[in-house]
Design a protein around this ligand. Sequence first.
Ligand SMILES: [Zn+2]
Length: 313
Amino acid sequence: MAAAGGELFLRARGRTLNAFREDKEYEWKGPFYFIQGADPQFGLMKAWAIGDCDNGGDEWGEEIKLTEQAVRAINKLNPKPKFFVLCGDLIHGMPGSQWRTDQEQDLKKVLKNTDQDIPLVFVSGNHDIGNTPTRETIDTYCKHWGDDYFSFWVGGVFFLVLNSQLYFDSSKCPELKQAQDVWLNGQLAVAEKHKCKHIIVFQHIPLFLRKPDEENDYFNLEKSVRQEIMEKFHKAGVKAVFSGHYHRNAGGSYRGLEMVVSSAIGCQLGEDQHGLRVVAVTAEKIVHRYYSLNELSSQGIDKDLVDMLAKQN
Ligand SMILES: [Zn+2]
């Protein structure tokens, strides 16, 4: 699959991902896996180290090295993952901040070395479009990374990428939140019509970190908003939501809906290692495991997961 420079980053257009032929992907073709990463967030490690998260992100050499290691580890995997999804906070500089352009350029420089057979899927985070996004910040994001929300099919599995900032604070763009809601309802109806094997959601901010009824926090969605989305997902049969934002591994479940929170490629705020999550999808289940970048590059994927993928259905 050949893609010129810019196209690598702009596959999400027209609310779909131009990497898989939709009409060929409705059908289940056997187990596969993909890689989930979150928060490369170029600039946070320096900002965090000097205690100035707003203005301290003027260097990101560490994040460049870590993301390079992530790309090398992914390129070595055999069999190849179907895609590599990055669940937001691609860079640290908020819209309007001075290092943003350089951070984005440097991230693209690293990511373009990803094996061309492994499409990149981008999810917008709060640092990408702002804590209170506007039409302008979202438009700018879309110009660089493709649509902020879209869906795609891979081998009978339906994937939804959502813009979770519209759930976090849509006060400056209520019409965009409304549009995503209408689109999402339509998409869940499509999923039902095509009898997909699983529905999987990607969004930056977790619905919750450990318990569906936990208190509001900087790192989860507000309770009433959360309840509404969880119930909608549950009714539609969504199996799992993968997110980042927390810079730690966490997760829980709500009526059969699994919430998976993955730690960061970049800055760690807890005890986890810089890493990536391997997600294997079989006819019956979704099995996922977080690997440190060192583990994944030196040992690859565990044998039990490889065996699971080798089975015919
Ligand atoms: Zn975030």
